[in-house]
Design a protein around this ligand. Structure first.
Ligand SMILES: CC(C)(COP(=O)(O)OP(=O)(O)OC[C@H]1O[C@@H](n2cnc3c(N)ncnc32)[C@H](O)[C@@H]1OP(=O)(O)O)[C@@H](O)C(=O)NCCC(=O)NCCS
Length: 461
């Protein structure tokens, strides 16, 4: 195999030595460079961070393992510390089928008898070998070329039996009791990817069959991971209109679970994602494996592809009431005076108060944004996005933007417009594209202020 040094010093193939690109346009070259640069901030932000990736056995059964391994190797190469926890549900079912044994569930939880435990061990062993093999690839002309990923697995999980539930003994079905965080951290520090199977052992040496979701959440909490990502057979958590919710807070997640309307799999992922956030993991993602590169899309793009559960902070993001008017004015008046925001009459703000969302901390408002529906075009305009001086650059501007986008989607709007004179780049970085006043819907174009000459930014929702 070609060494890295050889690859670095090899001459470019003849076509690459030409100043004129062959088979690609200059625009495509530019797009590539722009794209790579756009990813740079995420690479800086994620380097040295710890991610736990929970991979359902369904993804492996669907033949998507190699693509995921390539993406995880890339993340590992750019300095992220990765723990992979794999599932094995369909593989255990298949093993049982081959032995002509019925699968036995009580309230969605498998009862693992001696035969089922054998099947779980066999399935886990096979999957572990498949994953190790996939990480060991290094063929030239593949994303794995020059990768030297070490995979470390071990007896990291101590388990206890689920025991007797509703009169049924679940035998060798267990739950994670303790995770050997120190050994996992040690392995991660050495640059290896840690692989954890959904099996645990009791101090008496007994093996237990565990849920991947349980082990992944317990591991993420134990090692104080920055993120937990479930790569799953479900698209994410559906909202009222059946569209996948991009972001839910812990409080939202608790409400959704209490409503009891989710299908069994989504409920299980959301419950464990919430548990992880409550245990101190900043973000837990539920993303579909069916989308090619879903892990990369979720991590490196502002919009992502699934649902992200965010750790609750002391701040509350909520819809405004008339009592918040004073707090909103305190934030926006200085910005109106220096020309950043368009001056608005007190009475106008009072009339429009219900279109505002605010961020409050200990009774003080320190961020706001408003959504105006531009009927009849079924589009919306966000205005008055502002975070008070001392509280800026902590992600609250972005939280408000995401919230307004969610409100707009929930209202069935298809586009979001923003008019700004000084904050264009902030919006461009967050998925907006630059337009012109002509792109505004007719109902808004007429009131465009040509003296102010604000930039028009557009986001398709
Ligand atoms: C734009 C604004 C809402 C962002 O709020 P925030 O809570 O600081 O935003 P976030 O923490 O999510 O983002 C901070 C990042 O945006 C950058 N940023 C802030 N203002 C920016 C601007 N005008 N242009 C480009 N980037 C900007 C910060 O430097 C920071 O970058 P970093 O993450 O690389 O450090 C806030 O700066 C503000 O209130 N601006 C004045 C009002 C305004 O212009 N509103 C928009 C028109 S409606």
């Amino acid at each position: 195999m070609e060494s890295i040094e050889a690859a670095l010093h090899a001459p470019f193939p003849p076509s690459r030595q030409n100043a004129e690109p062959l088979g690609e346009t200059l625009v495509e070259r530019d797009q590539f460079v722009t794209w790579l640069r756009a990813v740079a901030p995420y690479i800086h932000a994620f380097r040295g961070k710890t991610f736990v990736v929970g991979v359902g056995g369904e993804m492996i059964a669907a033949g998507m393992l190699e693509a995921l391994v390539q993406d995880l190797s890339l993340l590992n190469a750019i300095g992220m510390r990765i723990v992979v926890v794999h599932g094995s549900r369909p593989q255990v079912v298949e093993q049982l089928r081959l032995r002509g044994v019925e699968d036995h569930y009580v309230r969605g939880l498998r009862v693992t008898d001696a035969i089922a435990l054998e099947c779980a061990k066999e399935a886990a062993g096979e999957i572990r070998l498949d994953i190790e093999a996939a990480f060991s690839q290094g063929l030239p002309n593949t994303p794995m070329a020059h990768s030297t990923v070490r995979v470390i697995s071990g007896n990291f999980v101590t388990a206890r039996p689920v025991g007797i539930v509703d009169g049924v003994d679940h035998l060798h079905t267990g739950v994670a009791r303790k995770i050997d965080a120190q050994s996992i951290r040690f392995a991660l520090q050495s640059g290896a990817i840690v692989l954890v199977s959904p099996l645990g052992f009791s101090p008496t040496g007994e093996a237990f069959n565990l849920g991947m979701e349980d082990v992944a959440a317990a591991t993420a909490i134990a090692i104080d991971a920055d993120k937990l990502v479930f790569v799953t057979e479900v698209p994410g958590v559906p909202g009222a209109d059946d569209q996948v919710l991009g972001e839910v807070s812990e409080a939202d997640a608790t409400r959704i679970l209490a409503a009891g309307e989710l299908d069994c799999d989504t409920e299980c992922y959301l419950r464990q994602a919430l548990r992880a956030c409550e245990g101190g993991v900043a973000r837990a993602h539920i993303i579909p494996f069916q989308i090619n590169g879903s892990v990369l899309l979720e991590l490196f793009r502002h919009d992502g592809v699934g649902t992200m559960v965010v750790e609750e902070t002391l701040e509350a993001l909520r819809e405004a009431t008339i009592d918040d008017l004073g707090g909103i004015l305190a934030i926006i008046r200085p910005l109106e005076e220096d020309g950043t925001l368009v001056p608005r009459e007190h009475t106008q703000l009072e009339r429009e108060i219900e279109s505002f969302s605010v961020i409050e901390h200990d009774g003080v408002i320190f961020g706001c944004a408003s959504l105006r529906v531009l009927a009849p075009e079924q589009t919306g305009e966000m205005y008055c996005l502002a975070v008070s001086g001392g509280a800026q650059t902590q992600g609250d501007g972005e939280r408000l933007l995401r919230h307004i986008e969610q409100r707009a989607r929930a209202a069935g709007l298809t586009r979001l417009y923003v008019l700004t004179t000084r904050t264009m780049h902030w919006f461009l970085k967050r998925g907006f594209r630059q337009g012109t006043p002509d792109d505004l819907p007719a109902s808004r174009r007429d009131s465009y202020d040509w003296r102010r000459r604000s930039q028009v930014l557009i986001k398709v929702l």
